[in-house]
Design a binder for this molecule. Structure first.
Ligand SMILES: Cc1cc2nc3c(=O)[nH]c(=O)nc-3n(C[C@H](O)[C@H](O)[C@H](O)COP(=O)(O)OP(=O)(O)OC[C@H]3O[C@@H](n4cnc5c(N)ncnc54)[C@H](O)[C@@H]3O)c2cc1C
Length: 421
């Protein structure tokens, strides 16, 4: 929520009193603008108020857009996907009580979250490569700490609450030109432009907004994750369903990991993790549209593992997607500048090992909301967010090493034993 009050806000470069006019260069952003462009006028008349553009409709961008609308400020999310259903949103996420749930509560979405979440998704089983369970946690009936929710269901929460038209789909932002007064002129791939008072980069790992603030680039961790899934596991593979249980099952050994995570509707996501060059799949000629070649290669890689664990790979009924794990340098920081900021993966891409990414993105969005005027909101938000993000990113980097630990799961078991007593 960007809790900008219509009466108290100020924003950079705008000393014009409310009610006067200025240019809005948004050729395709509104019917008025289109008419203005057709009539040859250079600009249209607009009441002065901050125009907020969010690039990216991930969990962070959607949460950030939820409240400015309610406060009457125009906010538009520009999303490159053609629609909210354009691609499989994948995987399950745990929403943590000290992070993502705070943002959901601030956005008034906590009850809806609990209606869709799976508290039992917090069950954990950790085994070695022989299938011997070394740690098991079963969710207590009153344990609501970090329930799981499918990513698509999570996105639906803020999505369903936004006013129609808040999201401009099929809009890939190509460039942002600082106008020198805190405002930015955005250019989209389809030729549209928009001039905005606050540009929020919520455009994920490969953010195109990030270079306005920082030269940092994501760096490959050396650990590759290959993702696939088993559908309808309870009916099609009851023995594997029992192995996975209600939450997550993971096994480690020989510098590799194999993780099975229950999603909603009988789906289990499978992740194979190991140290490898980032182009491991391509260099072997493995393409996602050839699952059999992928499966054969993975089964060979896990040849020394127990048959019931390899059966998880054998049962995958979807493509295998290689996901090299990249992260931004830690700490990633920048000098605050008026009119532009970052949130979520754009600001602090971290390894998924601690399940913090979406939680942090949404927490960022809530923090950005908590100041009464735009320049102060951005500066205060960054002062709060950057150190917190650095802490989470450092933890996530350390945790990632467990997924390719030659002594696995020894280190992980020790950590869980310490955590759960
Ligand atoms: C395997 C795996 C497991 C994970 N598990 C967890 C977990 O359990 N818990 C957790 O909290 N996190 C988890 N994460 C991390 C989480 O998915 C991300 O951190 C989170 O999605 C980041 O949200 P975001 O809104 O910052 O960016 P994204 O979700 O990446 O959204 C960015 C959006 O911007 C759009 N976009 C990008 N560029 C442009 C452009 N130029 N113009 C217009 N639109 C653009 C994209 O299409 C996308 O919709 C996991 C990640 C992985 C890979």
């Amino acid at each position: 929520m960007l809790a900008v009050s219509p009466t108290s806000h100020t924003f950079p470069g705008n000393t014009t009193p409310t009610g006067s006019s200025r240019c809005l260069n948004a050729r395709t952003e509104s019917a008025d603008a289109e008419r203005a462009a057709r009539s040859g006028r250079a600009c249209i008349q607009e009441s002065v108020r901050p125009i907020i553009a969010i690039i990216g409709a991930g969990p962070g961008g959607l949460t950030a857009a939820r409240d400015p609308r309610r406060h009457g400020f125009p906010v538009t999310i520009y999303e490159r996907d053609a629609s909210s259903a354009a691609r499989d949103q994948g995987r399950t996420l745990d929403m943590q009580s000290n992070s993502g749930q705070i943002a959901l509560a601030a956005a008034g979405l906590l009850d809806e979250f609990f209606a869709r979440a799976r508290p039992k998704g917090q069950d954990i089983r950790i085994a070695d490569r022989h299938g011997t369970i070394g740690f098991e946690h079963r969710t207590a009936p009153d344990e609501l700490g970090n329930p799981e929710i499918d990513r698509g269901d999570l996105r639906h929460l803020p999505l369903a609450s936004l006013e129609p038209g808040t999201i401009a789909y099929g809009k890939t932002r190509d460039a942002a030109r600082p106008l020198g007064d805190g405002r930015h002129e955005l250019t989209f791939r389809d030729g549209a432009t928009a001039t905005v008072d606050l540009l929020i980069g919520a455009d994920g790992a490969r953010s195109k907004v990030r270079p306005l603030l920082s030269p940092a680039q994501p760096v490959y961790s050396g650990i590759l994750l290959v993702e696939s899934r088993i559908g309808d596991i309870d009916t099609a593979h009851p023995a594997l369903a029992a192995l996975v249980g209600n939450g997550s099952f993971s096994a480690y050994g020989e510098g590799k990991g194999l993780i099975a995570q229950r999603n909603a509707r009988g789906v289990v996501r499978i992740y194979a993790t190991f140290a490898a060059p980032h182009d491991w799949a391509a260099s072997r000629g493995l393409a996602p549209n050839d699952p059999e070649a992928f499966r054969t290669t993975l089964l060979a890689l896990y040849a020394g593992w127990a048959p019931e664990l390899r059966a998880l790979l054998a049962a995958c009924d979807a493509t295998f997607i290689p996901r090299p794990i990249f992260a931004l340098p830690v700490p990633h920081t920048w000098e605050s500048r008026p009119g532009v900021t970052l949130l979520g993966d754009a600001a602090h891409l971290l390894s998924p090992a601690t399940g913090q990414g979406a939680n942090s993105a949404m927490r960022d969005a809530a923090a950005l909301a908590a100041a009464p005027d735009l320049p102060a909101a951005v500066a205060r938000y960054e002062a709060l967010m950057l150190p917190r993000a650095a802490e989470h990113a450092a933890e996530a980097g350390e945790a990632l090493a467990n997924h390719a630990d030659p002594d696995g799961p020894r280190g992980l078991l020790a950590q869980f034993a310490a955590l759960f007593g």
